[in-house]
Ligand binder design. Structure first.
Ligand code: PTJ
Length: 256
């Protein structure tokens, strides 16, 4: 579908189109369309902008990924089609592998996502053709993980996630960074760093902060991670929603 650039909701419509096309190509799960809609609703509520609480979390995430010995980025269907160019740019910049890890797992979808990421120039995509094993304490298909990737990782970045795995990853002693527009989700609560923002805005910013921070000494990065408090950041995001809704309720016609 051709979306005119002048359309007031251009960005949002382009993203919808990516999800729909991704579904038709066998990359996005049917439930991924529903998940996207939930994300859109939360994005509407925060005003479709990256807020201060998200910037703080993205900077801490950039620092933690740089400090980690074996970090990995987990990729599902929605993430693959929404931000393939940024996933690949980040992975190639940092040499951090991408790992395909699906909730609605089928061999066809895994291979389609692998090919899709490769077509964008990804160097290392795990979880499809390399050795896999099982992550204990998880019932869903997400328990099947790459030996080289999530299984032996110390930090896992999980953009757009369902709740169970974050808790299982935590039990396995890993640090988890989540990107989730819903600050009330189990993922958001269980993660060490929760970025309450749209992955389409958060990832470019993660790349920008990574470029800046990788020039800095290790102690500087440690300070950023040690002084970060996820509970506080989540509280800030919820307070922001409360205050924004109160302001809108008092002056609905000023809505922008
Ligand atoms: O590709 P698969 O098989 O691994 O399946 C992926 C989905 C997303 C279908 C699966 O993980 C799922 O069902 O997830 P949930 O439980 O619907 O959770 C998705 C979360 O992501 C929700 O809290 C949404 O608010 C949030 N979300 C959706 N779109 C975005 C988002 N967060 C950030 N950026 C988005 N663009």
């Amino acid at each position: 579908m051709d979306i005119p650039k002048s359309h007031p909701r251009y960005e949002s419509l382009v993203m919808r189109e990516r999800i729909i096309e991704g579904y038709k190509k066998g990359i996005v799960a049917l439930a991924g369309l529903i998940a996207h809609g939930r994300g859109e609703a939360f994005d509407y509520i925060i005003g479709e902008e990256t807020r201060g609480f998200a910037r703080k979390a993205i900077r801490a995430a950039a620092a933690l990924m740089l400090l980690s010995k074996r970090p990995v980025v987990s990729v599902n269907g929605n993430t693959a089609v929404l931000i393939p160019e940024y996933l690949v740019e980040y992975s190639n910049l940092t040499n951090i592998p991408l790992e395909v890890n699906l909730f609605y797992r089928t061999r066809e979808r895994e291979e389609a996502i692998y090919r899709f990421l490769k077509s964008y120039g990804a160097k290392e995509v795990l979880g499809v053709y390399d050795e896999t094993t099982v992550l204990e304490g998880l019932e869903s298909w997400r328990r099947v993980v790459s030996v080289k990737g999530i299984y032996s990782a110390d930090t896992v970045l999980v953009p757009l996630e369902d709740g169970d795995r974050t808790e299982a990853l935590k039990r396995a002693g890993k640090r988890v960074i989540a990107i989730d527009l819903n600050p009330f989700s189990r993922t958001s609560i269980a993660a060490d760093i929760t970025i309450v923002d749209n992955i389409t805005r958060a990832f470019p910013l993660l790349i920008k902060y990574t470029r800046e921070l990788r020039e800095e000494p290790v102690d500087y990065l440690r300070d950023i991670v040690d002084s970060y408090n996820n509970k506080e950041t989540l509280s800030e995001s919820i307070a922001f929603i409360r205050d924004r809704l109160t302001a809108l309720a008092n002056a609905p016609l000023d809505f922008k």
